[in-house]
Design a protein around this ligand. Structure first.
Ligand code: ATP
Ligand code: MG
Length: 351
């Protein structure tokens, strides 16, 4: 299967990408990553799972909102990833302690109880004391919230975009929910596109996180059952190398720093003739991307979901700027109405 991405810059010829694990990169706001992904997903007609994590995100506003699932994981691997995410440091030296804290635990609350006990016992000023203190503070944030969430027994994914709306939630909670939903897709669904927002944050290169554990599994096993990951990320190098190695499509938007662009281009496992040049990536405009696959490298204008073909072709040919296209075609609702629409969608998801 292939998905229409947009139109080639210059010629206006349609550009397609194969359905595969995909990353889209570029500077915040100036690239148009989320808009490009939204267009691709809507045109693909596939069921897509999307997480809204930022305030004021202008994409996916019309989508169906669904409640998330949360299945508690209390195994030490998961807790280790959790601690690495909180402490921002590898935890393998503390593994024995982590295993101890998870022993016999059936819920995160059980682990929290264990942590409190261990904390009371830990030597003042020790590394363990610091870990348990952080873990205690973390559980204090997430556990009461999780217990008060409207959770679903399973993910109710329908063709089109399905949004788990976590706008305004603590990042810790967002991370746990994203991880749990991805695991649910990996274990119970087929033919679903899962979009990971801010991938450099949720599946970072340096440390484990709950989302990373889940995403690695989906990246590794997903293609066989046509479950694919779309990573939305300001950069490529900040994303976990393991997951990067599974990608088949790289969609590169504008970057500012030459060093970053060079590393990005270098990291794509294709011969040099298949890759764009760094200065080319630095000069991309809003909505313009280098679309890199095993078969092609093409500079293309990403067609937003709200932009009709004839106008998108005009932008690709340089007869209309992306900004003009947006002013003319972006469905304008005053912000208050957008907010009301979102609240209604959220309420509907609760019913
Ligand atoms: N292809 C496009 N044509 C016209 N306007 C676009 C296009 N892509 C994005 N825009 C507009 O540019 C703005 C930023 O887009 P978007 O939110 O997709 O960027 P982003 O790269 O995802 O940014 P961030 O990293 O902050 O999430 C939005 O107002 C959007 O409507
Ligand atoms: Mg975005």
């Amino acid at each position: 299967m292939r998905i229409k991405f947009g139109y080639e810059v210059g010629t206006g010829e349609p550009v397609y990408v194969p359905l595969h694990h995909t990353i889209i990169t570029g500077i915040t706001q100036l690239a148009g990553k989320t808009t490009a992904l939204e267009g691709m997903i809507i045109r693909s007609g596939l069921p897509a799972l999307v997480f809204r994590v930022k305030r004021g995100e202008s994409s996916f506003t019309d989508a169906r909102t669904i409640p998330p699932v949360f299945r508690e994981r209390t195994d030490w691997r998961f807790i280790e990833a959790l601690i690495e995410a909180i402490m921002r440091e590898p935890q393998r030296w503390n593994r024995a302690q982590i295993i101890k804290a998870t022993r016999g635990a059936r819920t995160l609350r059980d682990i929290w109880d264990n942590v409190k006990k261990e904390l009371a016992r830990a030597r003042k000023g020790s590394v363990l004391e610091s870990i348990y203190t952080n873990l205690d503070a973390y559980f204090e944030i997430v556990i009461p919230k999780i217990e008060s969430l409207n959770l679903a027994p399973s993910l109710d994914l329908k063709p089109g975009v399905n949004v788990v709306d976590m706008e305004g939630w603590e990042p810790e909670l967002q991370s746990l929910i994203i991880a749990s939903c991805i695991e649910e897709v990996a274990s119970r669904h087929q033919g679903v596109v899962t979009v990971i927002p801010e991938a450099w944050e949720f599946v970072p290169a340096a440390r484990k996180t709950p989302v990373k554990l889940a995403a690695e599994r989906l990246a590794r096993t997903g293609a066989a059952v046509r479950n694919f990951l779309f990573l939305d990320s300001q950069n490529l190098m900040g994303v976990d190398a393991n997951i990067r190695s599974q990608l088949g499509v790289w969609i590169l938007g504008v970057q500012r720093y030459e060093h970053e662009v060079e590393r990005t281009v270098k990291a794509i496992p294709l011969p040099p003739s298949r890759k764009p040049r760094p200065h080319e990536v630095m000069n991309l405009r809003l909505g313009e991307f280098y679309v890199v696959t095993m078969k092609q490298v093409v500079k293309a204008y990403a067609q937003p979901a709200w932009l009709p073909d004839h106008a998108a072709i005009k932008v690709a040919k340089g007869e209309l700027t992306p900004e003009e296209a947006r002013d003319k075609f972006y469905p304008k609702l005053p912000p208050e109405l957008q907010e009301i629409k979102r609240i209604i969608a959220k309420l509907e998801a609760r019913i």
